[in-house]
Write a protein of this length. Structure first.
Length: 131
């Protein structure tokens, strides 16, 4: 899912959270339901410049990065997730609900699943419908 060159994102600033490593209960297989696994989460928020250009250099004038970290923490606190697709979709929906956010990209990776690859993962991207 590519966002590069998407005209709906013109005039947006891209805010991001990179390689946020969490321990969480995730997986559909029985052996994955016995303990937490390491998951790497990446998020891009696309925020119109009108909502992300501070006039007074104050935090309340922008979308706070804490919003992203808190959304992740809330989802993890809800309990076991079987699929990375579900995790991505849940995070996407919450992040996209912020009134200042126009679009969101979320990816998750489980780096410890297979010994012969760096990770397995999922990514989702969505733009709010204009009203």
């Amino acid at each position: 899912m590519s966002w590069t060159g998407d005209p709906r994102l013109a005039g947006c600033r891209r805010l991001f959270l990179r390689d946020h490593v969490v321990q969480m209960h995730i997986g559909a297989h029985d052996f994955e339901k016995t303990g937490a696994q390491r998951v790497v989460i990446n998020v891009d928020l696309f925020v119109p410049l009108v909502h992300s250009t501070p006039a007074s250099d104050k935090l309340h004038e922008v979308v706070d990065y804490d919003f992203v970290r808190e959304a992740v923490a809330r989802r993890i606190a809800r309990g076991h997730v079987e699929l990375q697709e579900t995790l991505c979709d849940d995070l996407l929906a919450e992040l996209l609900s912020h009134p200042g956010v126009r679009a969101v990209r979320v990816s998750t990776e489980k780096p410890d699943v297979y010994p012969d690859c760096a990770a397995v993962g999922c990514e989702v991207f969505a733009v709010k419908e204009e009203r």
